[in-house]
Design a protein around this ligand. Structure first.
Ligand code: SF4
Length: 375
């Protein structure tokens, strides 16, 4: 493996609007490239302009801690509620093996802790256990949220598709330790690998094990296969281990420019997800509870509406909430100023107005809690 130290010009990237999947408003990549070497990894696609040897040439943003300090200072001056600061990657995992030596993620957490910022981390590595002390500190002061990613909890399948990470049983142990430390955490079940980890049995295993650990959420996503490196890599492994599936794959991955499978295939995952979430009482989104210090009321309403929109669309083609959330995201002033004229905002009808009023008055909504199976 080649490790290249680089000096980056900036670190934090602001997302267009608060992300209802991760509850982040800012994100960062500490590394580029990832030696976890997951066969399906979207980050290896050419569009992200990473090295041809995504898994063996790792760039380390050596000045990331200094950049973060500067950028948080600027952020503090704006007096903006920061949402969760995301260490989610996209083209890397902040706890890949090189982190054991460089400890940059640890330095980043130290700064976030000292400056009182909340953090959301998505990883596939048990190395995060090393930082439970810091995460606990952050969680006590503001909040820490951890997502551990899995494509299934089957150790044998994981060996084939995730050769560079610890098996699912070890990652579940890490989640148990995080829970023990009082940190909210759950599973990012993504990607669900078509015809391999998408059966009822495989998904049921994930929910059953998550329920046993009393995890806080399971957020699921389907697989994409962008043409080029990502597809080539995936199909060579598929041909080696599951040659019988090549026809099924050609039926659902038809060359869409985003690498998406057919809508029909993605929709086939919805019913089991809804049913398993109901059976095990595990939310399919990170429940928005207790995060009022990190988000404005406008942002809170938008996130809750977007989460509801997602949950409704798992079962029905239409939902009124997505369009309403989009229009609310354009409001410049606090939503309370519109409290008595909400229906004058595009996309907000009677039902949505009632729900927003309930959130404004009580901080939550019974409907939201029912759909997320939280009390
Ligand atoms: S851990 Fe994430 S970033 Fe790293 S190879 Fe796997 S999918 Fe890609």
């Amino acid at each position: 493996m080649t490790v290249r130290e680089i000096e980056s010009k900036s670190l934090l990237r602001k997302v267009r609007r608060p992300d209802s999947w991760f509850l982040t408003k800012y994100g960062m990549n500490i590394y580029r490239g990832c030696s976890h070497n997951c066969v399906y990894c979207d980050g290896q696609a050419e569009k992200y302009q990473v090295s041809d040897n995504f898994e063996s040439e790792i760039e380390v943003k050596i000045n990331a801690p200094q950049l973060l300090e500067k950028e948080l200072n600027r952020l503090a001056k704006k007096r903006e509620k920061p949402g969760f600061i995301g260490i989610i990657g996209g083209v890397s995992d902040a706890y890949q093996p090189v982190e054991a030596d460089y400890k940059i993620t640890r330095q980043i957490l130290t700064i976030l802790s000292e400056c009182n910022y909340p953090v959301m981390i998505l990883t596939k590595s048990t190395l995060i256990e090393r930082d439970i002390d810091l995460l606990k500190k952050i969680n006590d002061k503001t909040n820490a949220l951890i997502g551990m990613s899995f494509s299934s909890v089957d150790d044998e399948i994981s060996k084939i598709f995730e050769p560079g990470v610890e098996p699912p049983f070890r990652r579940l142990q890490t989640l148990a330790k995080l829970k023990e430390a009082g940190i909210k955490c759950g599973i990012f079940l993504m990607p669900v690998i078509p015809f391999i980890t998408d059966s009822w049995e495989k998904m049921n295993d994930v929910f059953r094990k998550a329920a046993k650990l009393n995890l806080d959420f399971i957020v699921s996503g389907g697989m994409t296969l962008k043409s080029g490196r990502q597809s080539d890599n995936f199909y060579s492994v598929l041909d080696e281990h599951y040659p019988e599936l090549s026809t099924e794959y050609s039926m659902i991955f038809t060359g869409n420019k985003y690498g998406s499978a057919t809508d029909q295939y993605y929709q086939s995952l919805n019913a089991p997800l809804v049913e398993l979430s109901r059976l095990y009482k595990i939310p399919l989104r990170i429940p928005f509870i207790g995060f009022d210090r990190q988000f404005t009321l406008n942002e809170k309403v938008i996130i809750m509406l977007e989460q509801l929109d997602y949950l409704i669309k798992l079962q029905s083609p239409k939902s009124p909430f997505g369009f309403a959330a989009y229009n609310l995201s354009k409001l410049k002033e606090p939503i309370e100023q519109h409290q008595f004229f909400l229906q004058s905002i595009k996309g907000i009808g009677k039902v949505t107005e009632k729900l927003i009023q309930e959130i404004i008055q009580t901080g939550t909504s019974d409907y939201y809690k029912r759909l997320l199976h939280i009390s």
